[in-house]
Structures are given as C-alpha cells and as structure tokens.
Design a protein around this ligand. Structure first.
Ligand code: ASP
Ligand code: MG
Length: 476
C-alpha cells in the first residue's frame, strides 16, 4: 500500500455549493482556509445545481427530434454560466473564461443538433451531453479561486478518471486512475497549486463516460483513495448525518462519528447525504471521510470511519423510507418448495425491480419494493405460481447502530416504544447493525418521535453533538 499523504485533503463540493457566484465565493473561502492551515487541497466539484437535470432534459428532447426545445434549455444554461462567470471574475480572466464557456456551449449545441437530426439518443451521447455540467463548473471554480489569489489549476477529470465503457454508470479503473493522479495531479500539488476538477465524469479510450448520478462523491473518493490523501471532505448543505430527520424531530442531533457500514445502511433510507458505496475507495485505505456544510463551515460535520469508537447508545440514527409497496405471495400448494424463492426473485429481476426487504413463512413470502411501475406485470407473472396481493403507502423505519449487538433485549425496547403503532413486517438486518420494520406511511412521524424519545434521551457525548441540545435547551 502507498504511503499516506496526510497533507493532501480532497474537498468535494456538491451542486448547491457551486450554484451561483455567492456559493462559489463561499467555497473559495473554505478552500483558502485549508490552504492557510498548510494543507494541500484537491477540489472536486459537481455541476451547478440542477444543471445535470437540465442537460439530461435537453438530451432527451433532442432524442425526440425536439431540436428547438433542446437548444432552448442549453441557451438558458449558457446564460446562467456566463452570468455567474461575470459575477465572479473580471478582466482578462473573464474574457478567457467567457471564451471557454462559449466554446463548450457551441460544442454542446452542435451535439444536440446532431442528436435531433438522427432522433436517437445513445447512452454514449447522453454521457457526452451531461458531462458539460461538470466541465463548465470546474472551469468556473478554478477561475474564481485564481481571482481570489489562490494558485489554482483546472484539470480535465476525463484525463484522470479512467473507466470502462459502461456509459451512464462506468466502472473506474482504480489502478489506471492512481497512475494518472500520480503523473498529472500530484506534480501540481507539489508545486503548491490547487487542482480543480469536475466530479462524475471520466473517459474510456478518450470517449467521455460518467460514473452515474451523484457520481461526484465517487470521484472525490477515487482521487483521495488513489493519492492516499489524509482526508476527504464532502461539502454539502446539511450539518452532517443526524440522529433522525430534524423536520420530524426538532431535537435531532448531529452524529459526530459513524462507521462506514452504518452510513451505508442509512444512505438507502432517505438520509441522502451521500451514497456510501461511492466512498469505498477511501474507506478501504482507512481515509476518514467528512460530511460538512458549506453554508455553515464552522460546524464539525460527521466523520465516517472504517472502525467507529464504541458508543454507549445502541443506535446512531433512525431513518424512514416512504412510498413502499408490500407484496404478499402465498404459495399454499408448494409450501415454499425447493426453487420457489428463486422463481419469485427471478420474476422481480426480469422486471428490474429491486427488492428491499424479505420475510418468509412456511407458505408465504412478503417482499417490499419502492417502485410501482412494474408491479402489474410482476403480479401477473407471479400469479401463475402463487396467490399475490399488494398494498401501497407503506414505510420502512430503520434503526442503525453498530452497538445493537451489545444490547440484549433491544428489539423488545424498540417495539415497546412504538406499541401503539401497527407494525406490518419485521426484518433483522443480516448485517446486525440494522433493525427495520414496515408500518403505514401515516404513522411514520409518530413512530420516529417515539423511538427518538426512547433512545436519544441521554446520548453519548463522544458520538453525538449533545452541546447543540444544551444550547437549544439553554435558550428556552
Ligand atoms: N452532477 C451529477 C448529478 O447531479 C453528479 C453529482 O452531482 O454528484 O448527478
Ligand atoms: Mg450529490
């Protein structure tokens, strides 16, 4: 394993942290702060907020021969980028940035015209269209940093993030990326420069690829992992991972440290801070990943580590996922005969419908899914081998904590806390760090509040930001 470069910090900024000139200036100040501390930042940025969605909409319009519609969307984006550039930099720097922006939008428009002419959008072309978001934002951010007196350099991420040709969700080649980082990015860092690159985008044999939606975190982790950085910072617009949704529970607390596995469990359940699979390249090298708030840079955020410190509370966080459907499949004749589960799963698989939770009894199997589109087709097929019925508007509540293991009788405590709520289906997470159960959607708030009151009355101050609660309480 390579030697850690503890002076390098990879700082990834999401769409809201680069959404306009104010946000980019705030981002520049945060990065300058790290430089003042003697650290060497490498900055990875998302496209400006909503730009990715707009580019995808433009590509889709072009794919349906709607040339004008596609170009109108592109025009709106051109105006927004030029306006932001004008707000951020001036003089020669502005002239050259404007030129680059026009150059990119001209290329994008050519592409959109081409797509409309053939009326066909391939995944490869779609990746090309959508890559403009990060290509543009990274150039603007690099220029803004320079304007603020930082020695920044723009790096085209496509020369570094080398992937396979799976357009739309390419798999990075970590070995090739590490080599590219060492030969192209490290020398810049060694010169005291701040490299700025777009997240999400990469290339395969010179053709643009993308890592999938939300892929900028992945880029951050690949860069941090590849260079064995001292830390990776994911800058978003929340204070970190919370004990539960603060909109439901006003006394939700920030979790100071959480394990990678706990974060992974939570990510699935609406705690949309980041997608943990994407930070795996960092976790594997034991590089801490921080989730921080660019609107509240003083806040310490949440640190995600491979092995968390012991916690006196059984749970770190409670999350909920709504809009689920539960499907009961009763196979009375087959008594769950050998091969039955496989047949059931194959049907879901065939319709690309992911199953969230499964529970089985002697004659029946219940599964939950989060999309309804394929259900009529799935049920039609399943009814050839079983009796099938489904119920929508369900929600999954999930309690996550590494320390569930050490607490005897924990499920008793959980279900006592919500004894007034009707529980439909229970799953003991195979990972042993997750307890989840299914309830009606309308009971979610009540269940979360009851559980939070039960399990976070006296939270462990080494793991949770209890000071925030003292401050709030002090004000009352
Ligand atoms: N801009 C891309 C997206 O919106 C990647 C990212 O922001 O992480 O999915
Ligand atoms: Mg994101």
């Amino acid at each position: 394993m390579s030697t850690p470069r503890s002076h390098i910090v990879v700082m990834k900024f999401g769409g809201t942290s680069v959404e306009d000139a104010t946000a980019i200036t705030r981002t520049a100040n945060i990065v300058a702060g790290r430089v003042r501390k003697g650290l060497n930042p490498i900055v990875v940025v998302s496209a400006m907020s909503k730009v990715t969605d707009t580019l995808l909409a433009a590509a889709a319009a072009a794919g349906k021969n709607d040339r004008e519609g596609a170009l109108r969307l592109s025009d709106g984006l051109r105006t927004r980028h030029l306006k932001t550039a004008g707000d951020l930099v001036s003089g020669d720097r502005l002239t050259s940035l404007q030129l680059n922006i026009h150059h990119d939008f001209d290329a994008l428009d050519d592409l959109l015209r081409g797509i409309s002419a053939v009326g066909e959008l391939t995944p490869r072309t779609e990746d090309n269209v959508v890559s403009f978001g990060e290509r543009l934002s990274s150039q603007m951010v690099a220029a803004a940093f320079a304007e603020q007196g930082m020695s920044s350099t723009h790096v085209d991420a496509r020369t570094v993030i080398l992937t396979d040709a799976h357009y739309g969700k390419a798999t990075p080649n970590e070995h090739a990326i590490e080599n590219a980082l060492v030969s192209q990015v490290l020398p810049l860092v060694d010169l005291g420069k701040v490299p700025v690159m777009g997240g999400f985008i990469g290339s395969c044999d010179g053709i643009t690829t993308t890592l999938g939606r939300g892929g900028s975190d992945y880029t951050g982790a690949l860069v941090g992992g590849g260079l064995h950085a001292g830390a990776i910072e994911i800058w978003t617009d929340v204070n970190g991972i919370m004990t539960t949704d603060p909109r439901i529970c006003a006394d939700a607390l920030r979790v100071k440290t959480i394990s990678f596995e706990e974060a992974a469990e939570l990510a699935y359940f609406g705690a949309k801070v980041l997608h943990p699979a994407t930070i795996l390249p960092a976790v594997q090298k034991n590089i801490p990943v921080w989730v921080l708030n660019s609107r509240n840079a003083e806040n310490e955020g949440t640190k995600i580590v491979a092995t968390p410190p012991p916690c006196a509370s059984p749970f770190k966080s409670i999350a909920a996922k709504k809009k689920l459907t539960i499907i009961d499949i009763v196979a009375s004749r087959m008594l769950l005969a050998h091969g039955f589960l496989k047949m059931v799963f194959d049907v879901f698989d065939k319709h690309h419908c992911a199953i969230d939770m499964v529970s089985t009894s002697e004659v029946s199997i219940s599964v939950t899914v989060d999309s309804k589109e394929a259900l009529p087709a799935i049920c039609a097929e399943l009814s050839q081998i079983a009796d099938v019925k489904y119920e929508s508007n369900k929600a999954l509540i999930c309690l996550v904590g590494e320390d569930i293991r050490g607490h005897a009788g924990i499920s008793g405590q959980v279900f006592t806390a919500i004894s007034h709520v009707n529980v439909r289906m229970i799953s003991q997470g195979a990972s042993e760090i997750n307890m989840s159960f299914m309830i009606n959607e309308e009971d979610v708030e009540e269940a979360i509040r009851s559980l939070h009151n039960r399990f976070f009355v006296s939270p462990d101050p080494t793991v949770f930001d209890t000071e925030a609660r003292t401050v709030v309480a002090g004000k009352v």
